[in-house]
Design a protein around this ligand. Structure first.
Ligand SMILES: [Fe+2]
Length: 385
């Protein structure tokens, strides 16, 4: 997160004695990335953050691959993913490679009896249905429909849902998730032509400090395994922190679309970047205004990237037979484009209410067993006239 943020109490000078009111010292932790070269935060804990009591049995969470080498365009019926109580068990990885695991989840229950961190991957949670609070050791972030939650690897968190009706598109990214570099200046500030700015971020707030000893279960995802460690102190025991490494939220509804006289290419919708994939937001917007403009996209060969579109809301103008919660996969190697009829029908239209999230990966995606269960199986023929 390329802006500075701080919460709670911190000492005037880093790496110096920070005394507790009743004697003793707070314990400082440097939470860094990319060795000591990336973004980092300094947090101050009531107890040592290192007190592991027990290590339990690890559970294998690796995706089960059904199609390793795929050239089939697919349509997945996302709302057919069945709701499950537990936040982690509800996750169904659908399209995966060594850079990112993309999946859907319909968790019913909040996390109350354990803490979670993903040690390998930055997580992006896109909230399609539901609301609540992301509770982390660096503060809380209230979320609602349309929010992206970006949780850098290693952040300890719980999630609290307001109801049992929740739908989440998630990406576990093995590369850091950043805002697009071309929208940032040399210092990291978002530029005037960026489709959003720092004011739109939902930063952690309401830091709560729990000074508790006992047995605290932490589930840690690492190398495809879910490890279960018991800590002797409450993981949310931070009295203050500052720095650049922290989770944040951003609402898709605050993405300001970039439009033009003729059809604009997908990069204008880009919201986040990594070294291995991009995330784009297709938001309600005015269509192209050249008198001869064709609002529907041209056919395109994304020869070197797989394209995953998650349909959130509205009428997706270039597709037929698509509803909320559907995913389309257009694999690299073959062209795709508007469905028959949509090209012509789009002419003269003034705007669209479509809302969708696109993830374009630079390496091919494998299709999991979970994905095949919700695959309509005939989408690849949907362009036939
Ligand atoms: Fe496309």
């Amino acid at each position: 997160m390329p802006i500075y943020h701080k919460l709670g109490k911190i000492p005037h000078k880093r790496h110096t004695q920070f005394e507790k009111p009743n004697g003793g010292l707070y314990y400082e932790q440097l939470f860094g990335t990319i060795g000591f070269d990336g973004m980092s935060s300094l947090s101050y804990h009531v107890h040592r953050p290192t007190q592991v009591k027990e290590i339990g049995k690890a559970v294998d969470m690796s995706p089960k691959i059904a199609v390793e080498k795929n050239i089939t365009s697919r349509k997945l019926i996302g709302f057919d993913v069945q709701p499950k109580d537990d936040f982690l068990e509800a996750r169904e990885p659908l399209l995966v490679n060594n850079d990112v695991h993309i999946g859907l989840a319909a968790p019913k229950k909040s996390i109350t009896d354990y803490f979670y961190k993903n040690a390998d991957a930055d997580e992006m949670l896109f909230i399609h249905k539901g609301s609540g609070t992301l509770k982390t050791f660096l503060g809380n972030i209230p979320f609602e429909y349309g929010d992206y939650l970006i949780i850098p690897r290693g952040m300890i968190y719980q999630i609290e849902f307001d109801t049992e009706d929740n739908r989440i598109l998630y990406a576990e990214s093995f590369h850091p998730i950043y805002t697009p570099k071309r929208y940032r200046n040399w210092f990291g500030q978002l530029l005037e032509h960026s489709p959003y700015c720092e004011r739109d971020y939902k930063l952690p707030q309401d830091l709560q400090t729990f000074d508790e000893k006992g047995a605290f279960l932490m589930k840690i995802k690492k190398q495809g395994m879910l490890h279960q460690l018991v800590y002797a102190t409450h993981p949310f025991d931070v009295v203050g922190w500052d720095g650049y490494n922290f989770p944040y939220g951003f609402s898709i509804h605050n993405f300001e679309p970039i439009t033009g006289r003729v059809h604009q290419p997908p990069p204008v919708h880009q919201t986040f970047e990594t070294s291995a994939f991009v995330v784009c937001s297709f938001c309600p917007r005015l269509y192209d205004y050249h008198p001869k403009a064709i609002p529907a996209p041209y056919n395109h060969s994304n020869i070197d990237s797989d394209e995953v579109l998650y349909y959130v809301d509205g009428d997706f103008m270039s597709r037929t037979g698509i509803g909320p919660g559907y995913i389309s996969l257009h694999p690299a190697g073959i062209p795709h484009g508007p469905h028959p009829g949509t090209y012509e029908v789009s002419i003269g239209k003034k705007g669209t209410e479509e809302l969708a999230v696109m993830i374009d990966t630079f390496k091919p995606l494998m299709v999991t067993e979970n994905a095949l269960k919700i695959d309509d199986g005939k989408y690849y023929k949907s362009w036939l006239e």
